[in-house]
Design a protein around this ligand. Structure first.
Ligand SMILES: CCCCC[C@H](S)C(=O)N[C@@H](Cc1ccccc1)C(=O)N[C@@H](C)C(=O)O
Ligand SMILES: [Ca+2]
Ligand SMILES: [Ca+2]
Ligand SMILES: [Zn+2]
Length: 304
């Protein structure tokens, strides 16, 4: 494909129109974005409801991706660009590997698939079954969640099980809130499309959706890799307390430094408290109001 960007348009999962960076080649427009400086491309593909990855490029004859079947493609592509820009502009991180790796997404994965994941190489999004979820790429916090798994994998490498896994999940939710600033909810735009006002998770009130918000409520289980989507409520609550006290601009610096400098594969919740305090001390000094706020947040969730 050429290096020239052909600005296209598209309609997203929620019916909103947005501009897209596309590439023209051989009579067809591709969801390939080559506009990011020093980065690889951002490319979006479709699995056409099978489960083979990466699938074929999302294409359109007239550069207006407005078919209903293209809505998931449009949002996966657009939001990947938003998340790329966030990491580059906020932390000067050039893609998930820091070295301009291509951001590949595949949508329409499987049939009625109620999930999204990072498979070690790319993002993958299901269409949902129309009741539990609509197309999962339709929400910025989902793309932020999945792409942050890629960053975590290349930095702290938090093992995806038990406390390190719940922490891994929490880091992804926390950056979901750093990107999707409007609320402390996760997945609200794509969860239960027939029901308004709910979400998959809440950082401010994990209990609303069945998650513990204190170490006293830690769930010992072997399912879901040791309850990673349940126990993430505890660090999620600490993140909420930190963000609501210090604001996003300060909190994101503290979390990014902890993720890239102090956390490691087997870090547990107590290690996370220490990592975030060390990070805060580096940035603002021990005994600073920021330091005391982070300490207080983790004490409130029962982690020392
Ligand atoms: C392969 C199966 C496991 C998937 C785990 C991925 S990383 C994950 O956590 N996916 C998110 C998707 C998401 C993110 C933000 C908002 C809504 C939905 C997730 O939370 N999945 C839930 C449904 C789960 O797997 O329990
Ligand atoms: Ca949200
Ligand atoms: Ca809903
Ligand atoms: Zn996840």
């Amino acid at each position: 494909y050429n290096a020239v960007n052909d600005a296209g348009t598209g309609v997203g999962v929620l019916g909103d129109t947005k501009t897209l960076n596309t590439n023209y080649s051989g009579g067809t427009y591709y969801l390939i974005d080559t506009t990011k400086p020093m980065a690889g491309v951002i490319e979006t593909r479709t699995a056409k409801n099978l489960s083979r990855l990466p699938g074929s490029y999302s294409v359109d004859p007239d550069n207006n991706f407005n078919a209903t079947s293209q809505r998931a493609d449009v949002d996966a592509h657009y939001y990947a660009g938003v998340v790329y820009d966030y990491y580059k502009n906020t932390f000067n991180r050039n893609s998930f590997d820091g070295n301009g790796a291509t951001l590949r997404s595949t949508v329409h994965y499987g049939r009625n698939y109620n999930n999204a994941f990072w498979n070690g190489s790319q993002m993958v999004y299901g269409d949902g079954d129309g009741t539990t979820f609509t197309s999962l790429s339709g929400s910025l916090d989902v793309i932020a969640h999945e792409l942050t798994h890629a960053v975590t994998e290349r930095t702290a490498g938090l093992e995806y099980q038990y406390q390190s896994g719940a922490l891994n999940e929490s880091i992804s939710d926390t950056f979901g809130v750093f990107l999707d600033k409007e609320d402390y909810l996760i997945g609200e735009d794509v969860y239960t499309p027939k029901k308004s006002g709910d979400a998959l998770r809440s950082l401010s009130n994990p209990g609303l959706y069945g998650q513990p918000e204190n170490m006293s409520g830690y769930v010992n289980t072997t399912s879901d890799n040791g309850g990673v989507h349940t126990n993430s409520g505890i660090p999620n609550k600490a993140a909420y307390l930190t963000i609501s006290t210090l604001g996003t601009a300060t909190a994101e610096k503290i979390y990014y430094r902890a993720l890239t400098v102090y956390l490691s594969p087997k870090s547990n919740f107590s290690n996370a408290r220490a990592a975030l305090l060390a990070s805060t001390a580096d940035l603002y000094g021990t005994g600073s109001t920021q330091y005391n706020a982070v300490a207080s947040a983790w004490t409130q969730v029962g982690v020392y």
